[in-house]
Design a protein around this ligand. Structure first.
Ligand code: ATP
Length: 239
């Protein structure tokens, strides 16, 4: 028998104030699956991620995660359920140590459990593990961005939303972060990846959705032969 997807989005509308941005979004993510969300600037990708993780209220539709209705959730409750959103440009506390930043991210877990989770998260990022007692402000910009991802991992996600993890990173660091995403998938963590670097996203993803003007313009398996042509149509609007 087919198992229900981990995440199911149905008929989702959302926007800012009276401005509707997303219209009738249907989307599914299976357990341990990597799904890339592609589309031109302003298509609504980040808005969709905010709506799924409870940062932005839905105006219609539903979000179901692991059988629970998260249509009216908060980011904190979603994270507790296992749906964690790592936001590009999120700032770390530069005056606090790396470890203290991770302790703050794990606030929901008991102290001993939190320490175990932090050690686990740091195994993915040896370059920041080596600086765990330094101020986060002493890390490079790229390392601070990795720290933000590590903060997400401390919450033990079953589904991790990565919105533009490559933003502002050098090519080498982009590959590092995407390699971590691949390791997470190998451990059974599902990932929703919003990424401007289409080829890198497709190399990692199992499936892809293209968003254009607030609607799903197409969905496909990431290895389908006609994907480049279909993506191009989705980006440039001939359906
Ligand atoms: P990008 O790749 O440029 O980040 P995106 O696909 O993630 O694009 P969104 O950031 O979701 O797109 O933006 C979708 C639309 O919503 C855009 O027209 C944008 O101007 C608008 N928008 C985004 N944030 C807000 C906000 N806080 N208030 C009002 N409108 C917003």
């Amino acid at each position: 028998t087919r198992r229900d997807p981990l995440l199911t989005v149905r008929g989702l509308d959302a926007g800012y104030g009276k401005i509707g941005i997303l219209h009738g979004i249907d989307l599914e993510v299976g357990a341990g699956e990597v799904v890339a969300i592609l589309g031109p600037n302003g298509a609504g990708k980040s808005t969709l991620m905010r709506a799924i993780s409870g940062l932005l209220p839905l105006t219609a539709g539903s979000v179901t995660f692991d059988g629970a209705d998260l249509s009216r959730t908060t980011p904190r409750a979603a994270a507790r359920a296992g749906l964690v959103h790592v936001i590009e440009g999120h700032r770390v506390f530069t005056q606090q140590s790396v470890i203290d930043n991770l302790m703050l991210a794990g606030y929901d877990a008991p102290r001993a459990e939190r320490r175990a989770r932090i050690e686990e998260a740091l195994t993915f990022f040896p370059e920041i593990a080596a600086k765990r007692h330094e101020r986060a402000g002493a890390l490079s910009g790229g390392q601070q961005q990795m720290l933000v991802v590590a903060q997400g991992l401390v919450k033990r996600p079953r589904l991790l939303i990565l919105d533009e993890p490559s933003a502002g990173l050098s090519p080498v660091l982009v590959d590092r972060v995407l390699a971590v995403a691949g390791q997470l998938r190998a451990r059974g963590t599902a990932i929703v990846l919003v990424e401007q670097l289409v080829e890198k996203a497709l190399a990692l993803a199992d499936r892809v959705y293209a968003l254009a003007q607030g609607r799903i313009a197409m969905q496909a398996g990431a290895r389908e032969a006609d994907l480049p042509a279909r993506l191009e149509r989705a980006y440039f609007g001939e359906h």
